[in-house]
Design a protein around this ligand. Sequence first.
Ligand code: HEM
Ligand code: HEM
Length: 132
Amino acid sequence: MGELGELFGILIIVFYSLAVLNFCFKFFNRKYRDKLKRNEKFYKVYMNFLKFFAKYHRYFGFATILMILIHFFIQFSNYGLSITGCIAAGVMLLQIVLGIYGQFSKKKMKSWILIHRGIAVLLLVTILIHII
Ligand code: HEM
Ligand code: HEM
């Protein structure tokens, strides 16, 4: 049962990483577009990846919540509460709520994307504290 709990913990991190890849592909496209375009075939494939990660970004985010719920139920029944785990889960929930706000709000603040990016970093820190 402990291993199953660990598996779902890893799956949270996998979906978190898939959500962050949206940023990575867009970042390199913003910074190094000219260099990437030098190889036309490569750039085409690159842009397909970028579109894929942009399209499914929110679903990867939602998937983390599902994995957290399963991880929580397994770990809680085996070991009881984990404070660091609850902090990481709380920050993840905040990120999802912020993501939904950004997705649907027509007049979102300019600072929204900076906060959403910042919380992605904070999440990494809280997850590392939980697993190290
Ligand atoms: C973003 C949220 C979370 C992530 C990414 C996450 C990830 C992980 C991972 C990968 C492990 C395995 C680490 C290892 O074996 O060294 C783990 C262990 C554990 N998690 Fe989480 N977790 C999260 C939230 C939670 C929550 C909300 C709880 C509350 C019960 C929790 C309880 C535990 C416990 C008790 C263990 C340790 C089990 C052991 O000692 O082998 N986690 N977590
Ligand atoms: C694991 C959870 C999540 C993480 C770590 C995360 C992280 C990020 C990051 C780093 C960016 C910046 C992208 C850039 O600057 O190029 C971003 C953008 C965005 N996120 Fe999230 N996000 C998560 C969940 C969500 C969810 C659940 C939604 C919506 C329901 C969402 C909606 C958005 C939107 C609308 C953008 C701006 C447009 C875009 O780049 O696609 N995010 N996210």
